[in-house]
Design a protein around this ligand. Structure first.
Ligand SMILES: *Cc1c(COP(=O)(O)O)cnc(C)c1O
Length: 242
């Protein structure tokens, strides 16, 4: 086994264990493999290890991998069906390519970008599945909608025909310990529950995209349904590539 498939198995075991500890079904958590800075070969390795959902941080890099994997899949006896998630910051000039090539966008933080994605989603594709990125801890990166504004943005996004609002996504500041991580993830869970209980959404939301390599256990304990894992699968990103 390559190291990517070995690490993938290790991460799946961590997810299963965290679900067990939380009294949850292991299938209630989807693993997104985040291969940013790594090339299409790394994604192919992960696919051969059974992985199907991929998170991409940089739009251009993601588009290149989507194209490379499409070609590669055509050469396979049983072409795998992959699901591509855009999880990075989104600029208006990239929205068309995202609407045309991705299945999910987790980083919706303003109505204008949501409207563009909806308008630009090709009619022959199913609606784009989206999450609102929430700045749950007021972190200095400042990406994400403020928690108090999440309901208004959610309602507006639910009015857009090219999108389906699935839930919330967060990227909290790295926590010093598991208790701190858990507390932050619980705040997101409370916001999620509050939106569903508000009676003001057109449809309930079902996705909590939170938890990464370092804090996936805490995120799952708090109710995460999608963990986005890079380093623990593909290795560290600071090592220069040959
Ligand atoms: C890089 C990244 C991840 C994965 O982080 P790791 O700590 O490497 O697991 C998850 N989500 C987002 C938005 C990222 O940018």
């Amino acid at each position: 086994m390559s190291s990517i498939t070995t690490e993938l198995d290790r991460v799946r075991k961590r997810i299963d264990k965290a679900c067990q500890d939380a009294g949850r079904e292991p299938r209630s958590v989807t693993l997104l493999a985040v291969s940013k800075t790594f090339g299409p070969e790394a994604v192919m390795e992960a696919v051969s290890g059974g992985q199907r959902d991929f998170g991409e941080n940089y739009v251009q890099e993601g588009l290149e991998k989507i194209a490379a994997l499409k070609l590669w899949a055509q050469g396979q006896a049983q072409p795998p069906s992959l699901c591509w998630h855009c999880i990075g910051p989104l600029q208006s000039n990239k929205s068309r390519a995202v609407a045309e090539h991705f299945d999910w966008v987790h980083s919706i933080d303003r109505l204008k970008i949501a409207q563009r994605l909806s308008d630009q989603r090709p009619a022959h594709l199913p609606p784009l599945q989206v999450c609102l990125q929430v700045n749950i801890d007021g972190g200095p990166t400042k990406s994400g909608v403020a928690p108090e504004q999440a309901l208004a943005l959610a309602q507006a996004v639910q009015g857009l025909p090219g999108l389906v609002l699935r839930g919330l996504m967060t990227i909290p500041e790295p926590a010093a310990d598991e208790a701190t991580a858990l507390a932050v993830h619980r705040r997101t869970r409370e916001l999620f529950d509050g939106l569903n209980a508000s009676g003001r959404l057109l449809r309930p939301i079902d996705t909590l995209s939170m938890g990464m390599s370092a804090d996936l256990e805490a995120a799952i304990a708090a109710g995460s349904t999608m963990v986005r894992v890079g380093t623990a699968i593909f290795g560290g990103r600071s090592v220069p590539k040959p």
